[in-house]
Design a protein around this ligand. Structure first.
Ligand code: V0D
Length: 258
């Protein structure tokens, strides 16, 4: 007989509470949620599948979480899709990953357009393959007038690189007289980052049990609540997402005073 301490393969723990939209206070939904979508390779390995199968499954989860975010009124959803470190992976895996934006947008761009989602990409775009850039540019153009959820993919993104590039640009603008040293403050510095016109994330979610930032939005996450789960990204469901938000809201009430 299985009790709540038994491990059930591919199943949630017995008695673990599951969360739904009804558990969320719609008046204090985090405006900006950032997610490190980790555990795709491990998900595949557990099933004896190639790593790319995990990436493909993870792509379907992106669609679910975008929909859920839109429904509860999240303003910005930033998803860490590819880090500057990811180039070190086997060439075949990198090649596959670089096809995912096309596949994702090929299936879902029409829905994103009708759901009023605006697609953006944050990262060093120059190094991306032309076919990837074409798909992304089309999505950004087709959704640029949308004023609903901002779906911000961090792609070929690294936070230290972003900060250094911001500093270089500030120095340039100072040297050419556009900027005075006395004008440099936290607010101005934020304007020189790739997230320039976005508010800082309120909530960071990282899946698959890793408890690190891995060079993700170091400046922007200064005041965010962090929420971690052992659930692998391809297994991540709406109920896990709602749990993160319920926990975020509970923390807010505790610190908001009595
Ligand atoms: C693999 C799990 C959607 C994480 C999700 C190029 C790793 C699925 C996109 C995507 C990836 C990116 C830009 C865009 C539209 C979709 C994506 C990559 C990886 C890396 F405009 N999923 N996804 N991009 N994975």
């Amino acid at each position: 007989m299985l009790d709540k301490f038994s491990l059930r393969k591919n199943k949630k723990e017995v008695g673990a509470s599951t969360y739904s939209k009804e558990h969320i206070d719609l008046s204090s939904v985090p405006s900006h949620i950032a997610i490190i979508m980790d555990g795709n390779g491990r998900w595949a390995k557990k099933r004896g599948l190639p790593r790319i199968a995990g990436h493909h499954e993870g792509m379907k989860v992106v669609r679910k979480i975008v929909k859920a975010s839109n429904e509860i009124g999240v303003k910005v959803l930033t998803l860490y899709a590819f880090s500057t470190e990811n180039w070190k992976r086997p060439q075949s895996e990198v090649d596959y990953l670089m096809k995912l934006p096309e596949e994702f947008l090929g299936s879902f761009l029409p829905e994103l357009v009708t759901e009023n989602v605006q697609v953006r990409v944050m990262g060093n775009k120059e190094q991306l393959p032309a076919h990837t850039m074409r798909a992304i540019n089309k999505a950004m153009i087709d959704t640029k007038e949308n004023d609903g959820l901002i779906l911000n993919f961090a792609l070929n993104y690294g936070s230290r690189f972003e900060i250094i590039e911001g500093i270089k640009q500030i120095i340039k603008d100072t040297n050419n007289g556009k900027l005075n040293i006395n004008d440099i403050n936290e607010e101005l510095f934020s304007e020189y980052l790739m997230s320039a016109d976005l508010a800082d994330p309120d909530l960071l979610i990282r899946t698959s049990g890793e408890v690190r930032l891995s060079n993700f939005m170091l400046w922007q996450l200064a005041y965010a609540e962090f929420w971690f789960t052992e659930v692998l990204w391809p297994d991540f469901e709406e109920n896990n997402f709602y749990q993160a938000i319920v926990e975020y809201q509970r923390r807010g009430r505790r610190f908001g005073g009595i």
